[in-house]
Write a protein that binds this ligand. Sequence first.
Ligand code: FAD
Length: 306
Amino acid sequence: MLRSALLAASRSDAVRELVERTPLTRPVVRRFISGDDVDAAVATTGELVADGRYVTLDHLGEDTRDADQAAATVEAYLDLLRRLELAGHTGRAEVSVKLSAVGQFLPEDGEKIALDNARRICAAAGAVGTTVTLDMEDHTTTDSTLGILRELRVDFPWVGAVLQAYLKRTEQDCRDLAGPGSRVRLCKGAYKEPASVAFQDKTEVDLSYVRCLKVLMAGRGYPMVASHDPRLIAIARELASGRSKDSYEFQMLYGIRPDEQRRLAAEGHRMRVYVPYGDQWYGYFMRRLAERPANVAFFLRSLVTT
Ligand code: FAD
C-alpha cells in the first residue's frame, strides 16, 4: 500500500512541489544524492574510486516533454564526461542515462531525438574511454529502450542495458541479451507496474531474479548484479564461481549498504556505485522511499526533529 502510494506520488506535480519546497527534506535527500552539480558528482566519484569502488553517474532528470531540456541534459553529460577525464576517473567511472531525459517522450520524433542524443553521449564516452548504460524506466518504455539499445550497439557495442526482474518478459530478454559483448544490469525494478506485465509478489520477483541471473551468468556477456539483497548477492557469488572476477560486477545505489559495498570491493569483486546528482531529484528520491518503509520513517522523523 505504502509503496504504491509513494510510487503514485513520485509522478504527482502537486506532491513534488510540496516535498521540494520543504527545506527540511534536503538533509534526507543528501543521503541518496551526491549533490546538486557536476563538482559534487566528480568529488563523490573521487572518494569512491579512492577506496576501490567503481562508479556510474546519473545526471538526474526524467520524463522531459521539452526539447531544450533534453538538449541541456545532453550538454550536462558531455560536461560530466570531460570533467571525469580531467580528473583521471574514466577507467573506473561510466555514465547511466535515462532515455526519457533526452527526449524519448517528446511528442514529435521522440524516439529519434532520444537516439540521436544518446548517440552524442555515447560518442563522447567512447572518446574518453568509458561506457554508457541505458537505465530502464516503466514497462511502457521497454520495447523502445531495447530498440534504441540495438541501434546504439551497432556503433558502440559496449552500451549497457538494464533489465527488471519484476517484468514477466525479462527472462526472455535476458536470453536475447546474454551474447558476447553484451553488458546487462539486472535489477528488481523500481516502478509501479500492473499485474498484467509484472510479478506483484516479492518472492515471485526474487525467484524471477534468480532465473534471470542464471541465464546471464551462463551466457557470454558481462552481467551487472544490481541489488542490495544479501540473499541474491550470495546466489550471484555462487553462480559466478566459475567466472573470472573481471567478467561480472556488483552494483549498488549511493547511500545504501555502503559497508557491504566496501566489503565486496575489499574481497576483490568489482563493485560499482550508482551515483545520482543534480537538482531534479524528486522522482529518484521517492522511488528510494518506496523501496523501504524505514526510509519513510527516517524522512518523517527528520522533519519532526530537525
Ligand atoms: P530489496 O528487496 O528492495 O532490498 C533488499 C535490502 O536492501 C533491503 O532489505 C535493505 O536492507 C536494502 N535496501 C534496498 N533498497 C533500499 C533503500 N531504498 N534504502 C535503504 N535500504 C535499501 N530500477 C529500475 O527500475 N531501473 C533501473 O534502471 C535501475 N537501476 C538501478 C541501478 C542500480 C545500480 C541499483 C542497485 C538499482 C537500480 N534500480 C533500478 C532499482 C532496483 O530496481 C530496486 O528498486 C532497488 O535496487 C531495490 O531492490 P533490491 O534488489 O536492493 O532489493
